[in-house]
Design a protein around this ligand. Sequence first.
Ligand SMILES: [Zn+2]
Length: 152
Amino acid sequence: MITRENLIYSASAAARILGIIYGQSRIVVREWFSVIWVWVPGHRPRFMSKAVFKHHFVERRKAAARALRVTQHIMNPTAFTVRNEDKGSTYTVQTIPTGLVCECEDYCNQVQFLGQGCCKHNYAVLNHLGFKSLSSYLNATKASTPTSVLAA
Ligand SMILES: [Zn+2]
């Protein structure tokens, strides 16, 4: 089950970061104040940086986004259909000035637990639009709003 605690700092993420096959050993992950305590049975417990998990979280979605096919809607250019050819699944992504909205479970979990989200479908649309990251998209949309021109 996805919770606020294990969305980013999960045992499966720790296994991928450490290069361990998940399922072979029961990895214990605990969020401490500013670090993650990770214990792989048979090894000494270790601390891992939260930044490493956050980086992994983003990079994994960016990597998955590369396999997706994006089609911009003709009548509504802020809407995109993102198709996973392998699974045969499609999701609709909507661009808004404050980010991108998706209807998938990962996006909904991120919004619920992190307050904002960027799933692999969102990254596929960002790639399609020529943005390397969500922050570069947000900077561009901020720069194009009339209020920021007035504020400058
Ligand atoms: Zn999505």
